[in-house]
Ligand binder design. Sequence first.
Ligand code: DX5
Ligand code: ZN
Length: 332
Amino acid sequence: MAGGRARVAVSILDADHSNMAHAVRRAEREGADRFHVDIMDGHFVPNLTFGPKMIAGIRPRTELPLDAHLMISNPLQFVDEFLGAGCDSITFHVEVDPAQIEPTLLAIRNAGRAAGLAVKPNTPLTALEPYRELLDIVLVMTVEPGFGGQSFMKDVAAEKLLAARDYLSHKPVGAEVHVDGGVNRETAEFVGGLGVDILVVGSVLWIKGRDMGREIRLVRALADEGYQYRLNDGKPPIPRDAMVTFAQLPKHLAWRFMAEIERGGIPVIPLRGNGRYNPDGVRDYDLLVPASTEPLVRERHDTARAGYERDADAWRQAFVAEHGVIPPPSHP
Ligand code: DX5
Ligand code: ZN
């Protein structure tokens, strides 16, 4: 996986539809982070593409995640078929019949996939308000949905991209803002500077003779550059999968603290660290949290950490008083 922060979802809308398997294999080889699959019904948008069978067909051709972007009027009617086809996430439009929205989001979530809502350029983000808690993805359209190759609506991006994050504040890890439409090397730095997580890139990648890999790398690098200088005080962004040590504790306390942190929706990895040996002959465990959540974890758990450290000292003293010190295992 690429370092840095921004990720590119390659839209196959403008690929050669007579040979999608080849298109997908090629984009994966060229460094795509995932695929964005545009489903159109000729009703919600004035264009037609393909259905769940296409997704099921390309599923075994790539290891990368598949994001479905449904531009259809009846998402509830088809959601099970798209889930069955192997999509990792499904995003549909908030402009559809309101009665379908919650049940469709729930169907996606109950299947263990990421659920998203998309907003057309003229739809305000506040339309998402009732569904806040059910969202993993907010997709901001920066062109009118329906066709690749249109020009980027900068004002829409400026108004919505940073604000979209607010609708995902219940989800400290894994939430994503996607930007879709007119994203390329001219616009990537701008959207990166608005904190977008996933850049959907379509038509520019499929131009004949274009070096697709270079284009993907450029878009990612420019988006990270935008993020670094506009949002991150000039500091390079933390790679998406980086983890940092938040606490070091003897095993029994580490396990209790881990459960406490995870109850707040933040995943923790416990590792046998290389820190101090305890009197029972076992080293402290390191508790690692995603680097992106570190400020939140500090805010929530700093006081508890100090308490656990005191408990650890008390336990060490009690252990020594009762059993003496068990030497650490010797390594040849
Ligand atoms: C348009 C689709 C987009 C499209 C983007 O309705 O939702 O995903 O593929 O294409 P470009 O990058 O050409 O704007
Ligand atoms: Zn799309």
